[in-house]
Design a protein around this ligand. Sequence first.
Ligand code: FAD
Length: 513
Amino acid sequence: MAKEYDVVVIGAGNAGLMAALNLQRAGKSTLIVEQHNLPGGCASSYVRGRFEIDPSLHELAGVGSMENPGSIRKMFRELDLPIKWVDVNDCFRVIGKFSDGSPMDVTIPSGRAEMIDAMEKYVPGTRKKMEKLFRLFDEVSEGLEFFSRTDKYDLKYAIKHFGNMLVVGAHSSKIVFKAMRLPQRCIDILSTYWSYLGVDLGHLSFLHYAMMVRSYLDEGAHIPTFTSHELSVALEDKFRELGGDIWFNCRADSIIFEGDKVVGVKTPYGDIACKYVMANVNDDIVYGKMVPKEHVTSRIRRLSNARKHKYSARMFTVHLGLDVTREELGINDYSIFMVGTADSEKEYSNMMKGFESNEFAILVCYNVVNPKASPEGTCLCSITTFGSPVDWNGLKPEDYAEYKTRCAEKLMSIVKERAGIDLFGHVEEIAIATPWTFARYLGTPEGCVYGHATSDWDDIISRTLQMNKDYPIKGVRPIGAGGPRGDGYSSAYQCGEMMAQIAIKELDGEAAV
Ligand SMILES: Cc1cc2nc3c(=O)[nH]c(=O)nc-3n(C[C@H](O)[C@H](O)[C@H](O)COP(=O)(O)OP(=O)(O)OC[C@H]3O[C@@H](n4cnc5c(N)ncnc54)[C@H](O)[C@@H]3O)c2cc1C
């Protein structure tokens, strides 16, 4: 082994880049090994003809405004990374059917007061209940902050200030909404966000839901001006400026131990010596392939079995460079959710049965908030749904191209029928990404991009509280979507930062011994 690093970060996804930058800033010599020739993982871009396409980002939570920054804007500011954020004005428009079968076409603006006004308009008489729901969101947010600061607290104080949070903490969003006696139509509208977490309301932890929705409504949603590649390149540049090393086109094969101690990472270009490894890799792959069997504890195996390899969202996306403006197509909303049913449990079950019964699609048109997202006279859209293992795991290679084209046509037809937006006939460029695209590019099992599906017993709160037990191998930390915080850009950045701080303490502790 040549140069020894304090830490090797495997993978330059959102979490890997953020972790590496924090480590290097704290004086830990850090190397990133990334299997591709560019940083970002999901957070990237590619070019088709005249169009630069973002392969993943619809919207990012936690950015907030200049005056009232959220955690992600603060994080980038703190790192002195001047990102040009674009505000996504409305939260969403949803078109489909309410649970009672009646037609649904609802637009929810961002901003708490605005959202409550809109809900009152669509479901008269809900103002007080919505205000109560937001008070609960606030209590959840303050409570989580309180409990994350210390594990020694005054129980009486906690019960007095966070009693409601403790009551709802163990329940799914559906149970809490029902207990609050929210009208079904109101629940139907609130359900729309379930797909951003990949879990239906019957299984989605209320705490997880509350944190995300509060952030999107109070802080708004954002995208970077120059695709998510702008974020990844900014992180990479800063990391290099601080003296960090990156090896692109280098795939890490396994983690090397001497006794119980991590001593390096095996790559096709030789072994790299280090004291600590952060793997921006799904935890089933870290423990199933990268760590030698004798170090994988029975708790790790039991946890993996309990999750039954149930992976969260496997995306299917059609990216379209169109030869007309969005105004000519009649697109006025940034994101339109087209739902088969507002009942998220039925919707999820239909999706998982396969594409024939999947009626769910999200249309995003980047030009609505960023007029320069594509050349003049054109617009750039994506349509996204979830793929099911039923369709993709058994598909023969010779049927792949025809099948993915058929799925893309179905999504474009859903957009035409439900939103009245006819994209057919205007396609200048098309790129279709299936779960296998993400599996191949990112190396994630079944192409999942959110890690393991969360559930009421296994949500980000319990995962964070159990972190040391769930990831018990000293010197090895899975980060990103495969780590404790699960899905999404903000979670990946937060996970990278949090795990880097833990690693710094552990490395300093070790040095002090
Ligand atoms: C179509 C789509 C739409 C999405 N929309 C949104 C959205 O609107 N908002 C949102 O917040 N999130 C969204 N997401 C989810 C979000 O992109 C991901 O959850 C997040 O980016 C995952 O980040 P990560 O750090 O886990 O890394 P990943 O993006 O999975 O990157 C991991 C990196 O590690 C590398 N790697 C893996 N194995 C190895 C190895 N053995 N050796 C070397 N390198 C390796 C990979 O090449 C990759 O670069 C979307 C995802 C998709 C696909």
